[in-house]
Ligand binder design. Structure first.
Ligand SMILES: Nc1nc2c(ncn2[C@@H]2O[C@H](COP(=O)(O)OP(=O)(O)OP(=O)(O)O)[C@@H](O)[C@H]2O)c(=O)[nH]1
Ligand SMILES: [Mg+2]
Length: 388
């Protein structure tokens, strides 16, 4: 099964419009000069981050995206219109990678951030550009250059502060439902959650954080069992992970063994992720008597040799969840501000920077000749303006 947080698209920038060869044809104008206009530049393709989107699902149905071609130049020195740029909206957190070269084109991390992914072609030059004192009736022109075409892999890395980890049915979705406005589906069967969910936990107007609920992991997930570990990459940028453990699994499995499974899958998946701050959250405490609860907690801590934070909650009854969120907020605020991952906004290298100069110099027979407007007078002398 494929998930919507990774898609491949093809971005095609518009070709540049061709230059035009044309001569002025008018009554009483015997030697109407060249008047072929330049073409228009091709449109570029951009990705634009939009905080109102949270999946890449639309791109699964529409893979090809093409910006407009530049119009060809026309007679009477009319320049062709530039092709319209194409703006593709993607969720904040999207990363674009060039499939063919493996190059990371860029990350979109803030709302309305724009990233050019394919540059439109340059316009061709009309024959008017090539006139000179030695060649007054040039038939040269240049064609527009092709627009850039890129196959891109778009990957959505959810930007959450807190990530939830756990076996299916541990109660991750129930937890995110009880602490945020997010309403992912909750059910008493495994793999209820198939796509990641984000929720905003708001302590008050100024203090909030984002929590991510991902599908459950099972033994062998690192090898692809269940839904695999692909979702773990969504947790890469989290500040802290919550390992949710069901203390009373319906299948009567051992909570300690279950917790160990998650820890080993995590370690097998990525050392970096396993080294992230991780808190143990024992869930479904409402199913235990108070005195049992403490005992079970101690057993688990001992068996896992757990040194970090431990919370006992009931996601269902919202027991202990407020305290958990308050502590999470304090923890996140106490962390040094995250270094802005320096996203190098590389200017897209443009292969044709010298294209026009090269085209011109090939035809430039007279060095002193300035083909710009200055010697237009030459033609004007011969022009008689009449109605046709
Ligand atoms: N008694 C009790 N039941 C709970 C609690 N939290 C969750 N449950 C139940 O446990 C079952 C699974 O909960 P989910 O929140 O869907 O579990 P999940 O971890 O999101 O599961 P997947 O999405 O399949 O990975 C549901 O039937 C919930 O009602 C709790 O605190 N107490
Ligand atoms: Mg779930």
């Amino acid at each position: 099964m494929k998930f919507v947080d990774e898609v491949e698209i093809r971005a095609e920038a518009g070709d540049g419009g061709n230059g035009c060869v044309s001569f002025r044809r008018e009554k009483y104008v015997e030697f109407g000069g060249p008047d072929g206009g330049d073409g228009g530049d091709g449109g570029d393709v951009y990705l634009v981050a939009d905080e109102n989107l949270n999946t890449l699902i639309d791109y699964r149905f529409e893979r090809f995206h093409r910006a407009e071609r530049g119009q060809n130049g026309m007679s009477r020195n009319c320049t062709g219109k530039g092709g319209k740029d194409l703006f593709l909206k993607v969720p904040v957190g999207t990363r674009a990678v060039d499939v063919d070269t493996g190059e990371q084109v860029g990350d979109l991390t803030t709302h309305e951030q724009k990233l050019m992914v394919a540059k439109g072609g340059w316009h061709g030059l009309g024959n008017n550009r090539f006139k000179s004192s030695t060649n007054r009736a040039p038939r040269q022109k240049t064609d527009g250059t092709p627009g850039e075409i890129r196959n891109l892999n778009l990957e959505l890395l959810l930007l959450a502060d807190v990530g939830l980890l756990g076996l299916p049915n541990a109660g991750k979705s129930t937890l995110i439902r009880s602490v945020s406005a997010a309403k992912p589906k909750v059910a008493d069967y495994p793999f209820t959650t198939l796509v990641p969910n984000l929720g905003v936990v708001r302590l008050n107007a100024q203090r909030s954080f984002v929590i991510a609920d991902i599908p459950g992991l099972i033994e062998g997930a690192a090898e692809g069992a269940g839904l695999g570990t692909t979702f773990l990459k969504h947790l890469e940028r989290c500040r802290v992970l919550l390992h949710v453990v069901d203390v009373m699994p319906v299948d009567e499995s051992d909570p300690i063994e279950n917790a160990k499974t998650i820890i080993s899958e995590l370690e097998r998946h990525s050392e970096k992720l396993a080294d992230k701050p991780r808190w143990l959250v024992l869930n479904k405490l409402d199913l235990l008597l108070e005195e049992e609860a403490e005992e079970v907690k101690q057993e688990i801590i001992e068996a896992l040799d757990w040194q970090g934070e431990v919370f006992s909650i009931s996601a269902f009854n919202k027991m202990g969840t407020e305290e958990l969120c308050a502590q999470l907020m304090d923890f996140i605020e106490a962390l040094p501000a995250e270094e802005e991952e320096s996203v190098e906004e590389k200017a897209v290298e443009f292969k044709w920077d010298t294209y026009h100069q090269d085209a011109m110099s090939e035809h430039d027979e007279d060095d002193d000749d300035d083909w710009d407007d200055d010697d237009d007078d030459y033609w004007d002398e011969n022009v008689v303006y009449t109605k046709e």
